[in-house]
Design a protein around this ligand. Sequence first.
Ligand code: MSP
Length: 521
Amino acid sequence: MSGSFFITTAIDYTNAAPHVGHAYEKVLADVIARFHRLRGDEVFFLTGVDQHGQKVQQSAEREGVEPQVFVDRMTTLFREPWDRLAVGYTAWAATTDPLHKACVGKVLTRLNDEGQIYKATRSGFYSVRQEQFLTDKERGPDGEFGPEWGQVEEREEENYYFRLAEHRQWLLDLIDKRSAAGKPLVLPEFRVGELRNAVEKLEGDLCISRPRARLAWGIPFPFDEDFVTYVWFDALVNYISFAPGFDPAPGADLSEFTRWWPALHVIGKDILIPAHGVYWPIMLKALGFADDDIPTLLVHGWWNIGGAKMSKSLGNSVEPGELAGRYGADALRYYLVRDIATGRDADFSEERLRERYNADLANDLGNLLNRALNMAQRYRQGIVRTGEPDAACAEVAQLAGEVTQAWAERMERHEVHLALEEIWKLISRCNAFVEESAPWKLAKDEAQAGGLDAVLHHLAESLRIVSILVAPVMPSAAETMRAQLQWHGSVSLAATAWGGLEDGHAVGAPTPLFPRLEADR
Ligand code: MSP
């Protein structure tokens, strides 16, 4: 079952500080990465920052600092919360990294040499104030450009263009072929139609340059220093610049790269069309990638606030590092992947996070661990024996197997919320099992000693399995559970098989896993 697995997130734009929506994407990817490690896969997990472009240049100018100084400072604002949230990436992509600049240069050179790029003069409406060309999207309901654009004039500009339109039919065929083969290009599959419609309408080529006179903060074209790369072309290349063993030169040795590629790309719904769903596959095709090497896109939905978009400029963004400080990284990770269905939107609410914390983590999971270990200590000095299991015990053991299987299937499909639901079926069953089997009564009757042993063993064993199943989402709580259970076996999918705690295993004493939150904080 083991192999190599490459996962990457979108790289966050460093024009503003990260909010909990950005955090969700990193956590989702990290959960998937950790699941693959459990399966025994070798994982390469890439995330990072997108640092070029006009907005960054303007923000730096406003602050009177060099753009590099500005982006370095912003980059820290991303790395800190990701570290705090235990996002265990293997490599950090930064578009100002010399490695990336060199790769973008080589990609441009190759595409230019192979006639996939051409230079042309086009005219359009240009906002002098905003220093950018305007499209019909910028027109108001009256068809005019609003006052925010200042003076708008028709201008001619020379730029580089990447041939997109000629690959239209290829991309349509690829989308259909992948869906027919049961390996949709876009997951969840309900978004495939959206992409297909956009590709149907594809016309024209992609302008991939900005004159340096107008935008200095970008990667220069190696064969024409008067131009820098358009930020979306630059940013997409990151997925291959930082991939192990990639070299865009024709005929390069790609043996290491192909061990990892194709990647699974975790992105938000806003950047599927056109960037990741249209430009990116066509860029790869133009670079000679085979159809099977066009990566799958896992498209998640958005965390909103009261149904509205979350953003720094709207003043409603929620800072992830601060939340992690208040509730712990595990609880925040849990909430972020539990209260949203992968692919759909959800509303972020701190109240809801607190509810989930108290109900699912403190009550259901935390109390179960606490009770199970407490009873093992009180009745058996911590020594857990297999004893004499009855039908109820057998039912718990059977459920553990079923839950593990269903959990793995859900995780394979990136349905983390449903995978967690599966784990909670076992946790709830165990909580009911405590009530039904009433160990405190069994403990009073010497004739029931074997029955009591079996109940305590089934609880400890179920918790051992739960500690593996929750590990991708809550790595630190999982470790604490293992420490309290004093189980030091290897944490893997194989270890979820029933029977990991041997007869006579000594468990430790409990300490609260998720102390209850008080009503008024
Ligand atoms: N820099 C580009 C991506 C280039 S990738 C080659 C970009 N950056 S971004 O900072 O605007 O967004 C980064 C990621 O965060 C995107 O996948 C985006 O969908 C995601 N999210 C931004 N806001 C979000 C929420 N409110 N909720 C969930 N994800 C969110 O796009």
